[in-house]
Design a protein around this ligand. Sequence first.
Ligand code: ZN
Length: 281
Amino acid sequence: MKKYAVITMDVEDWYHTYFPEADVDRSISLLDGLDVALEIMRKENIKGSFFVVAEIAEMLAKKIRAMDEAGHDIGCHNYQHLRPVTMSVEDYRKQLIEAKENIEEILGHEVIGYRAPSFGIDDDRLNVVRECGFKYDSSKLKPQKSAKYGVLNLEGFQEIFPCIHNDGCFTEFEVSTQKIGDMNMLLGGGYIRMLPWFFMKYMTQKYLDTGKPYVMYIHPIDLSPKAMPKVKGITLDRYLRTHIGRENMVWRFKQVIEMLKKNGYEFVTFAELLKLYPAEA
Ligand SMILES: [Zn+2]
């Protein structure tokens, strides 16, 4: 079995993930973490899949276009960063159409990939994603204990390759998790940043030993060299989530890339994987 790795980034700012509803000062941006990722990937000759919040795509239009031209796969991550399950199906559809059209206008071509903010999607809303013309989604996780994540049952889909589910015209790429006890722990994002490295290295290696496609996700906040903006009245939980491990994440990101190379993984984008495992298969 060929081993594939997809490096993915959800292109959103610090407030999208951690302070969506709070009245925070949005004048400070940590989106420079995107440049850090792009530079590391350029040196390693890795192309990735980037799911961009449409209001950010408007701000970074030139850069998003350049990434597309360089061979990265540009997908959609909603218009703002609202979790689909918090919206009615019809409201969700409206903002998704707007988000898709905005990014397509910037790129000058169709956008085929999608990821739901905070993986907060269910099967009804996944149908909307499909009806809006996307060819793939990457919001599926193995069952989670936290209620903030949505649940995708994917009825009617077949697992055509480990972690790649297909229903004939639409493909779902699972994001990597590793079992620990009765938990399916995410191997990306804040987990790599916040948990002790020896533990994350062990969990990641355990997953790579299976040879299944490895899908990692990160955010600009994880890699930005800037200090986290101060937020008044921040809870301890949010403080920890936004501060822990930011100084080491660039090193850890590079370490994961090294592990993938050592384990014989080939770096691809989801758009490339779709061609390798076409929807008609
Ligand atoms: Zn997100």
